[in-house]
Design a protein around this ligand. Structure first.
Ligand SMILES: [Zn+2]
Length: 338
């Protein structure tokens, strides 16, 4: 194993921006399709794996829809979540805050069905893989009509200790944060933690909206903040955490392949950044790979270590739990590098 790869693989990590559906590999979806008698647009597992490989944004949406079509029963989510714990444990990601595409779920299942399936997946995952995952269902902004039902599901799950917060994903352009102001207000009132994707495909305006209209506690992606000097200063002054996913941005052509990722400029501007894998299976990446990518673009080990520590510090864990993880992380560093 390459030395740098093994360092980042073995390093205990924390991840704050990853989607369960996008973290599920081609084979898992293929098995679900067989089990549920869903016809995929392919003739074999190999063809499905080739189809699953990222090529461009339109194709990504096609894959996402075909993959989601295999999730026909609530217990399929139990299976997906168990597989997710396995993946995170394999990557040495000790603590994760993960998104679930709730707009799809509420169309198909009752709250009880969803919550029971997820709870079961969490129980199996924790027991088998000994890593911790907390869940943040998100509203797909291009299905704004689902916002009320998603909020209702999230509040019920929050009361049962299954969810910790509410997120906002999906197509950013054409669906501004302002559409969700009331929903976010209610979520906050109930005590939910709140996050939103913003400044990924849309510009600084979308980030301002997420901050000022939704009162989001963290920004998902946020790379387009660099278009607006005033916004960069605001984010730096207030130390608003930003969940950066470099591989995803390259895949979706938001950053040109020959360019270094703008996270360099973000960190140099004093922004509080973390590194994430977003949809690792669909973008053929992993959190380890994301650290390696940044190392190859000139980030020092100390800088990358700090980004990893930032994730624990800006997570929604209690102060005691943060302290527990920071201790484990620092012990690893002391034993291996000092
Ligand atoms: Zn995302």
């Amino acid at each position: 194993m390459n030395k740098l790869y093994s360092i980042f693989k073995n390093m205990p990590k924390c991840e704050l921006h990853v989607h369960i559906e996008g973290a599920t590999d081609a084979e898992t979806f293929y098995k679900l399709a067989e089990k549920n008698n869903v016809t995929l647009p392919v003739n074999s597992l190999q063809e499905w794996k080739d189809f699953f490989d990222f090529s461009n944004f339109d194709h990504f949406i096609e894959v996402y829809i075909a993959a989601a079509s295999t999730l026909l029963k609530p217990e399929d989510y139990t299976y997906l979540i168990e597989a997710f714990y396995k993946h995170q444990a394999n990557e040495n990601i000790l603590y994760t805050e993960a998104f679930l595409s709730a707009s799809f779920m509420v169309e198909r299942f009752s709250n009880d069905e969803i919550l029971n399936a997820i709870k079961k997946g969490m129980e199996i995952g924790e027991k088998k893989y000994q890593v911790e995952v907390q869940f943040i269902p998100d509203i797909a902004r291009n299905f704004p009509e689902t916002k009320g039902r998603v909020l209702n599901l999230v509040i019920e799950g929050f009361k049962k200790d299954i969810f910790i917060g509410l997120g906002l994903g999906g197509l950013e352009n054409g669906f501004p944060p302002e559409l969700f102001t009331e929903t976010y207000k209610k979520a906050k009132k109930e005590g939910l933690r709140i996050v939103a994707h913003a400044g990924e495909t849309d510009g600084a305006k979308s980030i301002w909206g997420a901050l000022l209209k939704l009162n989001t506690e963290r920004i998902g992606h946020g790379i387009r903040c660099l278009d607006d000097e005033k916004l960069v200063k605001y984010l730096a002054d207030k130390q608003i955490p930003i969940e950066v996913s470099p591989g995803s941005n390259y895949c979706l052509s938001l950053v040109e392949p020959e360019e270094n990722h703008p996270i360099r400029q973000m960190v140099d501007s004093g922004l509080l950044c973390t590194v994430n894998s977003d949809d690792p299976a669909m973008f053929s990446t992993s959190l380890t790979n994301e650290y390696l990518r940044l190392a190859s673009q000139g980030f020092s080990f100390e800088e990358l270590w700090q980004l990893n520590i930032n994730a624990i510090k800006t997570s929604f864990l209690s102060p005691e739990a943060k302290h527990k993880y920071l201790k484990i992380f620092e012990e690893f560093k002391a034993n291996n590098f000092e």
